[in-house]
Write a protein that binds this ligand. Structure first.
Ligand SMILES: [Fe+2]
Length: 295
C-alpha cells in the first residue's frame, strides 16, 4: 500500500513545482516523467565514467558487466594491482571493459552512495526527505542494445538520463503486493507506456512496475536511484526477534499433549498481549535505525 506524499518530499528531485506535486501523487502507484533538479542531474557526468574506468580503485563487485543478460566473469573485466608488495585482484580494467561494451555488454556501477561524494550527499538528503534507504547505480548501455530483460524492482526507482537516449517500456503496476515478486516479469500486457528519455530528463517508476529499456543511436548512461521504504516484513521480524530475545531458549513445553497445548495457548496469548502493547512509533524508529540509515 502506498500513500500520496507532499511535494516537499521531492524538492531534492526537481525544481519544477508541478513535477514535485505529481511525484507526490504518483508515489507508489504510477510512473511520471519529470525534469530533474541540477543536483540530481549532476550526480554523474560522462567524464566520471571514463575516470572510474581508467583511474580509480573501483573493484568488482562495485562494478559488473553483463552480456546478453548474463554476467561476464570478473577476471574478463579486471586486472590485479600490486601495492607495497601486496597483489590484489578485481580492479577495474578500463580497456577490457570498453572492449566488452563495444561487443554489446552493459556496465553497471554499484552503490555510488558509499564512495562517490555527490551521490552520498544527494542520497542522504533524499533518505531524510523520504525516510527511506536510497541506493544509486549507473548503467552504461551500448547503442541499439537493450539493458535488462523485462523485470520488476522491489523499490521506487528514479532514472536520470545522463548521456545518449534511452527508450523505456513500462508495463503494469501490480495492484496487489501478493501478486508480484522482484525479478524477471511474466504474463505481461503491453507495454502500456513508452518514454524516450534524452539527456537531462528523468522518470519515476513505482515498486513492482515491469519495465525494460533500450539505448537508441548512441551509448547511453543513466543513473538509477532505488528508494526502499521500511518493509512490513522486516518490521514484524524485528519485533518478533526482540520479543524472542526475552524467552530463554531452554524454556520447554512440558507434560502430556493437553498440558503442552495449554502452555502453547498461554505463550501465544502472552505474545499477542506484548505485541499489542508496543508503541508503534517506537517500533518504527527501531526499524528505521536497523534498516536504512545510509552508511
Ligand atoms: Fe529496473
Amino acid at each position: 500500500m502506498h500513500i500520496a506524499l507532499s511535494a516537499d518530499a521531492f524538492t531534492a528531485m526537481t525544481d519544477v513545482e508541478p513535477d514535485a506535486v505529481q511525484l507526490g501523487r504518483s508515489w507508489g502507484t504510477a510512473s511520471h516523467a519529470f525534469a530533474p533538479s541540477p543536483d540530481l542531474l549532476g550526480l554523474v557526468a560522462p567524464q566520471h565514467i571514463d575516470d572510474w574506468l581508467d583511474c580509480s580503485l573501483l573493484r568488482h563487485p562495485f562494478f559488473a558487466v553483463s552480456l546478453k543478460g548474463s554476467p561476464v566473469p570478473a577476471h574478463e573485466t579486471t586486472s590485479p594491482r600490486t601495492v607495497a608488495g601486496q597483489t590484489q585482484v578485481g580492479y577495474i580494467d578500463g580497456a577490457k571493459v570498453r572492449t566488452m561494451i563495444h561487443a554489446g555488454a552493459s556496465l553497471k556501477i554499484n552503490n555510488l552512495e558509499e564512495w562517490h561524494a555527490p551521490a552520498q550527499r544527494f542520497c542522504r538528503r533524499l533518505s531524510t526527505a523520504l525516510s527511506a534507504h536510497v541506493r544509486a547505480v549507473v548503467f552504461t548501455t551500448p547503442a541499439d542494445h537493450w539493458g535488462l530483460d523485462v523485470h520488476r524492482d522491489n523499490a521506487h526507482v528514479f532514472v536520470v538520463q545522463v548521456a545518449g537516449t534511452k527508450e523505456w517500456h513500462l508495463y503494469d503496476v501490480p495492484k496487489d503486493d501478493n501478486a508480484w515478486r522482484d525479478g524477471v516479469a511474466q504474463d505481461l500486457n503491453g507495454p502500456g507506456e513508452r518514454f524516450v528519455l534524452k539527456p537531462g530528463q528523468a522518470l519515476y517508476m513505482p515498486p513492482g512496475q515491469a519495465h525494460r529499456a533500450r539505448a537508441l543511436k548512441e551509448e547511453s548512461v543513466h543513473v538509477s536511484l532505488a528508494v526502499r521504504e521500511p518493509r512490513v516484513h522486516e518490521t514484524i521480524a524485528l519485533v518478533v526477534r526482540q520479543y524472542l530475545a526475552g524467552i530463554p531458549e531452554h524454556r520447554s513445553l512440558s507434560g502430556d499433549q493437553a498440558q503442552r497445548a495449554l502452555q502453547v495457548r498461554a505463550a501465544l496469548d502472552a505474545t499477542a498481549d506484548r505485541l499489542r502493547d508496543l508503541d508503534s512509533y517506537e517500533v518504527l524508529k527501531a526499524v528505521e535505525r536497523a534498516g536504512y540509515g545510509n552508511r
